[in-house]
Design a protein around this ligand. Sequence first.
Ligand SMILES: Nc1ncnc2c1ncn2[C@@H]1O[C@H](COP(=O)(O)OP(=O)(O)OP(=O)(O)O)[C@@H](O)[C@H]1O
Length: 219
Amino acid sequence: MIHFENVGLRYGMGPEILRDLTFDIPRKSFQFLTGPSGAGKTTLLRLLFLSLQPTRGLIRMFDRNIASIPRDELPMLRRRVGIVFQDFRLLDHLTTYENVALPLRVRGKDESSYRSDVLELLGWVGLGERINVLPPVLSGGEKQRAAIARALIDRPEILLADEPTGNVDPPMARRLLNLFMELNRLGTAVVIATHDLSLMDQVEARRMILSQGRLDIYD
Ligand SMILES: Nc1ncnc2c1ncn2[C@@H]1O[C@H](COP(=O)(O)OP(=O)(O)OP(=O)(O)O)[C@@H](O)[C@H]1O
């Protein structure tokens, strides 16, 4: 589904942050992306979300060379990707419910077709009592769970999550991991960037380890 070949990335005139990355992310696969702070995990997720272009190398995504995709087609392609940003990026003027429902609304779906799904997912991530509040009122962990629900609601082909359990306690981290695994079982490829060793120890999954700009993969 995604193929990287000799991909390199530098910001401006700075040093190369990612070097010669060659790997595949197969359909329906599940992997952790890890490595020391500053190793480039967020940068790699941004490449996968097509919000950064590589400085060299080739990226194929959904069978297309991303260098030849016109800019105005990128939003359509990104709709096939769910993403949980480290800083959540919820819209402060929309309620929790509206934030989570947004991907479906943008796709032109009728609210009656998704309302119960959104409410069920919000209940699952422990936000059943917070559906009508605005994000500034939510705690860090609640914002994180709302961001996760928004990324999952439209059953993306691939889910990218940047430290998705960074703000929650271990039982909730386990619950969220179960949610990612269930989504994966239903066919979504999952990439979870994390430092959390105890989280990674809970599942046998592929590990992509970034260090000094290089990537090692342990299947
Ligand atoms: N917009 C930017 N402009 C210049 N340098 C950047 C930019 N974003 C990130 N960097 C640099 O790229 C390197 C990798 O950063 P990145 O955030 O991808 O690492 P990370 O592995 O996600 O770190 P962490 O685990 O701390 O979140 C760092 O040295 C960082 O300073």
